[in-house]
Design a protein around this ligand. Structure first.
Ligand code: NAD
Length: 346
């Protein structure tokens, strides 16, 4: 099979990152990205050489791009017609409208976590259910929080055979580039109880029994999860063997808050900037070694999630699943991550 042609519908926070991650891969290419109208984000698409399309097909909206000096190749339908798969990175809740467009264009589609599981009836994380997504017409890469929970809980579940989890999502109020959200001076409990995050894990691993609460706090840089997991008796694990299990799990970083002097999300993001990926992204889930403790059969731990980027490599693996080109999730993850690492080191 030749290079997989991937359209990105919505070139915002997630879309521009997914585009770079695809551009890094040898087996796929960005066929084009859409913007709703001329704005500063168009500059990035042009600079990267990604063909720029309008999110809509109306001639007058397409013309607005050239009026502002941007070369626009056409509308969404033109882009879908030359692509194998579309990654929908539009703001959440626009899914139903866009799904119709993808289905009538006869193209495979991937939505993001702002859409509900019911839209596609299928969801995805690399470690939980890659095989289930093989050759599917469309799916949803779950949210940043659900992706983070899945990364550390799925290997635990696979060892134990059952797992009961209660967790609290301590959520960033807004992304750094977003001026329209809050709180800026309050702690805001999500009064829908339980929050959707825990149950959303069950869309990719239904066997994990999990519930969650969520609280929004005035920070823009990361989410933190506070997790309590009850393991079945006879699990045979220790705190050290759980840490080893996560060390062996792709896209999980374990560091010691005290010894490595990385006690908060501020230092974690500084470390991420040192890695050198664009935008200071951290695709991995960060677990504080000294915050992990197994007491009897009950496991306590904290983890931090870089909300804008943990889902990015998952979208690449998901494309391989839908296109049916790599059935082994670990092989896809290794390929994706190695290509991204090469891309940003040159
Ligand atoms: P964003 O607002 O940063 O970007 C969305 C882009 O889509 C913008 O460029 C916008 O102009 C464009 N757009 C507007 N209407 C559109 C339409 N009808 N069709 C296509 N594009 C349209 O949003 P985001 O943060 O990138 O979120 C995208 C999706 O990813 C959402 O489902 C969100 O829930 C999910 N997600 C976001 C984060 C995060 O931290 N930002 C993390 C994980 C998942």
């Amino acid at each position: 099979m030749g290079s997989i042609k991937v359209a990105i519908n919505g070139f915002g926070t997630i879309g521009k990152r997914v585009a770079d991650a695809i551009d890094a891969q040898e087996d796929m290419e960005v066929s084009g990205v859409t913007k709703t109208g001329p704005s500063f984000g168009c500059e990035l698409a042009i600079k990267k050489g990604f063909p720029l399309y309008c999110t809509f097909d109306d001639e007058d909206r397409i013309e607005q791009f050239s009026n502002k000096g941007y070369s626009c190749e056409g509308g969404l339908s033109d882009l879908l017609a030359i692509s194998d798969v579309v990654v929908d990175c539009s703001p959440g809740k626009l899914g139903a409208e866009n799904l119709e467009k993808y289905q009538s264009a006869g193209i495979k589609y991937i939505f993001q976590g702002g859409e509900k599981h019911d839209l596609t009836g299928l969801s995805y994380t690399s470690s939980a259910n890659h095989m289930e997504n093989m050759n599917a017409n469309g799916t949803r890469v779950v949210s940043c929080n659900t992706t983070g929970l899945s990364r550390t809980l799925v290997p635990l579940f696979e060892h134990c055979g059952s797992l009961k989890v209660e967790c609290t999502m301590i959520r960033r109020a807004a992304d750094p580039g977003d001026s329209g959200k809050g709180p800026i001076n309050a702690i805001k409990p999500v009064l829908k109880v339980p929050s959707h995050h825990g149950p959303d894990v069950m869309t990719v691993k239904p066997e994990i029994e999990i519930n969650s609460l969520a609280v929004a706090v005035p920070t823009t840089i990361m989410h933190v999860h506070s997790i309590i997991a009850d393991l079945p008796s006879g699990h045979g694990l220790t705190t050290d063997s759980i840490l080893q299990m996560w060390t062996d799990t792709p896209r999980v970083i374990i560091m010691n808050g005290s010894e490595d002097r990385i006690p908060t999300t501020a230092e974690v993001m500084e470390m991420a900037r040192d890695i050198g990926r664009k935008w200071g992204d951290l695709h991995e889930i960060f677990v504080w070694e000294d915050g992990v403790k197994l007491v009897g059969d009950r496991l306590y731990y904290f983890q931090a999630i870089h909300q804008e980027s943990d889902v990015i490599p998952e979208n690449v693996d998901c494309i391989r699943a839908l296109m049916g080109v790599e059935g082994n999730w670990r092989k896809s993850v290794a390929k994706t991550d190695e290509a991204i690492s090469r891309y940003y080191s040159t």
